[in-house]
Design a protein around this ligand. Structure first.
Ligand code: ATP
Length: 370
């Protein structure tokens, strides 16, 4: 499933140069974005970046100041929320406290005037889907936070919208339940063949669930890509830093032999990396590399000083599945390296204050463009 790689595939939802201003404040800034049918799409960004505003414009609760939103080939300008093939599940569940789970789920269907037997059938189907058959007769206050969330989900899916919008859907759940519910949501989305657009500030959540992620900052999209692409090949310093842990080494760049670029980070530490298509003569450049791509050893590696540097073991954190090492280089920069404990030698472990070497492969990180 990767319609975005197919140039002939038509997007299902298109934001075209959408701007939203509140007074003089620009919440969404000339943003263009395509989302495909049956895609699980995540809008990810820090608080205030405009992701909820984008979702609310898609739902029709806010109007763009300029630009267009196209849904299934139709320009949504002037279409009120209730006429859009979209439903929104809210962060606060907004369940009716005096109604049973069953009645809560049936509510929207009744309003739409569906026949009684059809409503009963759909409610039963939804209860089964979210595994709440046994709780049909309970009221919201008799449920756990996770169960309430599932009722809200069932209610928003019962109307069978083509697009389901979810604003921080798992925000109120504790870690374990959140992880479980993430997988349930993914199954649900696949089973129903719906398009999901989820807003989250939680990168792990976005990485786990989404087919693609739009990383947002200050009303703009910084990068749109699959979780793996965003992690492995961030297109900017901001994205590299925002997603996961990263080390960024800066230095003066000069082309070296064989299509490589040398970045002089500090005395005795040069990064040699494939030059790719960049033109980089004499400029200061950054190289971003993930902690798990960095090795730590007592012995100096071959060609010491190139893609390797001497430092001092500053900190060691045992995290169960892995161990994180913080190594301080001569220039004072700290480097984070991580190693799976299953691969770590337990016989003669590295200790605090030891002189160590960090090393990595020249193509294990990315050359930053900014
Ligand atoms: P959060 O995760 O905190 O909800 P967000 O990325 O979803 O953040 P938005 O809710 O889209 O951010 O808001 C983007 C910006 O627009 C914020 O700075 C917010 O204060 C502002 N904003 C949103 N709605 C309004 C409004 N009705 N009037 C004025 N400013 C608004």
């Amino acid at each position: 499933f990767a319609p975005w790689t197919d140039p002939s595939a038509k997007p299902y939802i298109s934001f075209r140069n959408v701007t939203k201003k509140f007074g003089t404040f620009v919440a969404v800034d000339d943003l263009s974005l395509d989302i495909y049918h049956r895609e699980f799409f995540a809008l990810l960004g820090a608080s205030g970046c405009g992701k909820s505003t984008l979702l609310r414009m898609l739902a029709g609760f806010e109007q763009p100041t300029s630009g267009e939103i196209i849904l299934d080939g139709v320009n949504m300008a002037g279409t009120p929320p209730y006429r859009r093939p979209v439903n929104m599940m809210f962060q606060s569940y907004a369940l009716f406290p005096h109604m049973t789970v069953e009645k809560n789920i049936a509510f929207g269907l009744k309003q739409d005037g569906l026949p009684k037997n059809e409503i009963a059938e759909r409610v039963a189907q939804m209860l089964k889907l979210v595994k709440l058959e046994k709780f049909a007769a309970r009221k919201p206050h008799q449920l756990s936070g996770g169960q309430r969330q599932r009722v809200a989900l069932a209610r928003s899916i019962a109307k069978r919208p083509k697009v389901l919008l979810l604003d921080e859907p798992l925000g109120a759940l504790d870690k374990k339940l959140r992880e479980e519910t993430q997988f349930e949501l993914m199954d649900l989305q696949q089973d129903l063949g719906l398009t999901f657009v989820v807003v989250t500030h939680d990168q792990e959540e976005a990485m786990t669930m989404a087919d693609r992620i739009a990383v947002m900052a200050a009303g703009k999209v910084s990068q749109v890509a699959t979780p793996a692409e965003i992690y492995e090949a961030p297109n900017s310093r901001f994205v590299a830093d925002f997603i996961g842990d990263v080390n960024i080494f800066d230095g003066l760049a000069s082309p070296a032999d064989g299509g490589t670029l040398d970045i002089a980070v500090t005395e005795g530490f040069t990064i040699r990396t494939p030059i790719g298509t960049s033109d980089v003569r004499g400029a200061s450049r950054g190289f971003a590399i993930r902690p798990e791509k960095i090795r730590v050893s007592r012995e100096a590696p071959m060609n010491a000083g190139v893609n390797s540097a001497k430092g001092e073991m500053w900190d060691i954190a045992y995290l169960g599945d892995m161990t994180v090492y913080i190594v301080k280089l001569k220039n004072g920069q700290t480097v984070k390296a991580s190693m799976l404990n299953a691969q770590r030698s337990v016989e003669n472990p590295l200790g605090y204050d030891e002189d160590v070497w960090i090393s990595f492969d020249g193509d294990a990180g990315v050359l930053l463009k900014d």
